[in-house]
Design a protein around this ligand. Structure first.
Ligand SMILES: Cc1ncc(COP(=O)(O)O)c(C=O)c1O
Length: 349
């Protein structure tokens, strides 16, 4: 099921369009003014999200970036330091807000498939010496986008969580696609996040809402985050228009993410078996992965242009690998069409 215009878009799950049910929910949404906390749809969504993660409260924010930004800002002071994995979205794509809004310094920890080794964390902790910034927060990302959608194992999250707790640090999880991980692990989001003090997850991306993310945490954290959301202009007056689809997403769109994960795995296996790409099958754990198409092309741009002429869109990452992402709008027919196009391209080379 490509988009209505026939385009098969494998660049990202951020390209997903609302399902008919989600569009209807937006149209029919009951709304109020969330500044006065009387938008019933926003309130219902926030209660649902808090319950799902077994936290006291949740807050709807316009984007994942703002959710991460507010979470760091609320749990650190200017001049403090945060520990993050070196390929995390927070670093690769969001370091500007760390510098300009939170005004924190960063300790970058090398990761293995995005996973931080908890044993090395104590050596990144600072603040004991007069000239050092004090560490305020540690963050992890799961699934890990930069590592190709890898799932951070629950025991790793638990270990980071206890490191944070025993050092009085905040622990933030960038869980933009967290449900792609939990459906695969077969555990509840609440169990997965251990004692994280804040979690951000997206309603857009695989869940198909047009916009919006949530942050969850303690009542005090969310109250403070609400203040900074307003300061940064991220409050949502008739937020129900975005919250109503969010409710549908949490009720009906989570379990089906397993299909997206399975399609990605099917595609990765087919690429390998047909000799169309080189990739590490061990990293194919959710709905996205990266492949190197050097077996069939010397220039990834040439391949993407060929595919674009056939109405298939893929994205070249900075290391020249091609990122492929499956989602609601890419069914098995689309995957097969993509594979046929690649076989055709290989023959022209
Ligand atoms: C892991 C991760 N975190 C955060 C974000 C930011 O989300 P948004 O685009 O809603 O700001 C993204 C976006 O792709 C992401 O992949």
């Amino acid at each position: 099921m490509a988009f209505d215009n026939g385009i098969i878009d494998l660049r990202s799950d951020t390209v997903t369009r609302p399902t008919p049910e989600i569009r209807k929910a937006m149209y029919e949404a009951e709304v109020g003014d969330d500044f006065y906390r009387d938008d019933p749809s926003v309130n219902k969504l926030q209660e649902k999200a808090a319950e799902l993660f077994n936290r006291e409260a949740a807050l709807l924010v316009p984007s994942g970036t703002l959710g991460n930004s507010i979470s760091v800002f609320t749990q650190s002071n200017s001049g403090q330091e945060i520990i993050i994995e070196s390929k995390s979205h927070l670093w690769r794509c969001e370091s500007t807000h760390l510098a300009m809004i939170s005004r924190v310094t960063t300790q970058l920890v090398p990761g293995d498939k995005g996973m931080i080794d908890p044993a090395i964390l104590p050596s990144y902790l600072r603040g004991g010496e007069l000239e050092e910034p004090r560490t305020a927060l540690v963050a992890t990302e799961t699934p890990h986008n930069g590592a190709g959608g890898t799932i951070i194992p629950p025991e790793n999250i638990t270990a980071i969580s206890s490191f944070a707790k025993s050092n009085q640090l905040a622990f933030h999880i960038d869980g933009a696609r967290i449900f792609n991980a939990t459906v695969e692990l077969g555990i509840s989001p609440a169990e997965y996040i251990s004692d994280a003090t804040s979690v951000m997850f997206s309603l857009s991306k695989g869940l198909c809402c047009p916009q919006g993310s949530m942050i969850v945490g303690s009542k005090d954290f969310i109250e403070e985050a609400r203040r900074w959301r307003l300061t940064l202009g991220g409050h949502l007056r008739q937020g129900g228009i975005l919250a109503a689809p969010g409710i549908i997403a949490l009720d009906t769109m989570i379990d089906r993410l397993k299909e997206d994960n399975e399609r990605a795995r099917y595609l990765a296996q087919a690429l390998l078996e047909d000799g169309l790409a080189e990739l590490d099958l061990d990293t194919v754990q959710t709905n996205m992965f990266r492949g190197n198409f050097s077996p069939i092309c010397s220039d990834a741009n040439d391949l993407t242009e060929f595919l674009a002429r056939k109405g298939i869109m893929v994205w070249i990452a900075d290391d020249q690998s091609v990122r492929l992402v499956t989602h609601y709008w890419t069914n098995m027919d689309d995957i097969e069409k993509f594979l046929s196009a690649l076989r055709e391209y290989a023959q022209t080379q």
